[in-house]
Write a protein that binds this ligand. Sequence first.
Ligand SMILES: Nc1nc2c(ncn2[C@@H]2O[C@H](COP(=O)(O)OP(=O)(O)OP(=O)(O)O)[C@@H](O)[C@H]2O)c(=O)[nH]1
Ligand SMILES: [Mg+2]
Length: 324
Amino acid sequence: MGRAVPPLALVQQVLEGRLTAVARMITHAESGEEACHEALAEIYRHTGKAHVVGITGVPGSGKSALVTRLCKALRAGGRSVGVIAVDPSSPFSGGSILGDRIRMNELVTDPGVFIRSMATRGALGGLARASLSGVDILDAAGYDVVLIETVGVGQDEIDVVQAVHTTLVVSAPGLGDDIQAIKAGVLEIADIHVVGKCDRSDAHRTVTDLKNMLAMGHRNSQGYGWQVPLIPTSSVSGEGIPELLTAIDGHLEALTSSGELEQRRRRIAQTRLLKSAENILRDQFQRHHDRQISELTDRMMSGRTHPHAAAQTLLNQFRSERKP
Ligand SMILES: Nc1nc2c(ncn2[C@@H]2O[C@H](COP(=O)(O)OP(=O)(O)OP(=O)(O)O)[C@@H](O)[C@H]2O)c(=O)[nH]1
Ligand SMILES: [Mg+2]
């Protein structure tokens, strides 16, 4: 059997939280195959219960180690947790973080934790679609909290991390100035700032630098009365993890009591609608309009048309062909 099970036949088992069905469903979603859309639509109807938390930050800032810590803390509090890691270097599949192989294995054998890594390859926009479908699947499967880890570089990753309820931006000492500069772009999407690796002696400087950057005009309070906190943590000692969990829960509480949660849900739904429309169009163009695209590109190269005008021509051709 295995891959032979059609996606729609897996839905009921996904809703019951059966691990193999969840894993297979995510594989179907990753492939983007036509056959999975109906199943994903059915699953989508059962979403909306999980608290979806995005964890972003530059490569090597300690996101995966932090996710591991958060999983343990959530489990200790009796909550189940699903993780989607959009993770180029993928330490989750290696199973060893901080040389902490045994403790990681504890999580791997705990049915209350589901961890899935996705590689950053495939079609443009495909990764964002697959990882958000992954979040839907874990939500519908009944995980109380869904964590999604992405590197905060690139539009796809930003799209993903904006489709969550609570965004953590992780900074850490010892990553160099160029890295700090890249980071500036994601600072303002934070609902919670985390300074990781605070067991290191140079961590206090990162905290000071970040406080200065935030004071220089980055948003630190949000319209619905949430003050963006800055929380130092260490995945080595576990310092700051309880405070972080309290902040994550506090943010959901602030979203809920202010009515902001509904607005975020709506914004996420709308973004996903527009992204999907964009993907469908791009896909159809590439599949059926290769020749026109190539001709119009030639005309642009020889200065006979302009990108905007060429796009209009392409869309007009597309529309006229679709008329009954
Ligand atoms: N001292 C110290 N090192 C840490 C801590 N957290 C992570 N590290 C180390 O930092 C490195 C990166 O950790 P990861 O958790 O893989 O970082 P990441 O942000 O997930 O990395 P990418 O997924 O590759 O972007 C590893 O060598 C970890 O052992 C921490 O709290 N303290
Ligand atoms: Mg990682």
